[in-house]
Design a binder for this molecule. Sequence first.
Ligand code: AMP
Length: 297
Amino acid sequence: MQIIKTIAGVRDFISTKKGQKRIGYVPTMGALHLGHMQLIDSARLESEIVVCSIFVNPTQFNKAKDLENYPVDLANDIKKLEDAGCDMLFIPEVNDMYPYQAGIKFIFKQYDTLLEGAFRPGHFSGVGLVVSKFFNIIQPDTAYFGQKDLQQYFIIKQLQLDLFFPVSIKLVPTVRESDGLAMSSRNRLLSDQERKDAVKFYQALQLGAQLIEEHQDLNKVRDRIHHHFDRDTTVSLEYFEIVSFHTFTPIKTYHGEPIALCISGYVGSTRLIDNIVLGENNHPTINKLYASPSQVS
Ligand code: AMP
């Protein structure tokens, strides 16, 4: 695996491959786990050249402390990527990606006031900015994003559509620990007790799904989940929402169409997010969105 630290170095590498070989790209912030590796595996299956970036992007953090505490584990990350057959790892410094304070901000009209957008002001602008920079530098044919950050997938799709990025965007299903907790770099920040409590968000999603499948009124489901967390002092809920998988807007009723149940909250001082999708089998195009070793034909 080639490790490249400069934008010029990446451009040189890409210029020798572009057009002849398909380039699959996986953007990450490092502290890699099996969720990230699933993205790499998906890229490997569909592309001759697999590129990963590790960059803890300051512009997407709305809290300084969160950025400061973000886990870093570069030596192990390199080993994992080498073992997974990644061809090139790009690890720029902040000064390379932001040589001066950026002069643009993104507004994602449909998404900025919802869920992650509402609770993390400026977050999606930072994501949009850094992903645009990476797309321009790496020029991937396909880029892979995890379902765990489902709203992020929607803003990346918007970016690609609005700015005509010639890249196809693939979604990769969430990889979970054996108890159901979605894998996340932030799980490393949890104490043993917090790690046990963290699974409550996934359990709440499952309870929500069960209630919806029992045809309960969606507002009652929302109330029930909120109430569930009101009585629990070990974790705190930030939002629980049921959204359309097509528009990512909250829905009032459910008729079997694809929807996502989304949740975020804190275990101690660590913020976690998760979601599950219901009804995807009722919609043939949804499974085509996914790229994963088991689903790529
Ligand atoms: P991050 O390093 O947290 O910015 O994540 C980099 C990419 O990995 C994003 O597209 C995430 O959605 C994806 N990702 C993170 N956790 C998981 C997971 N548990 N399963 C699948 N993809 C994930």
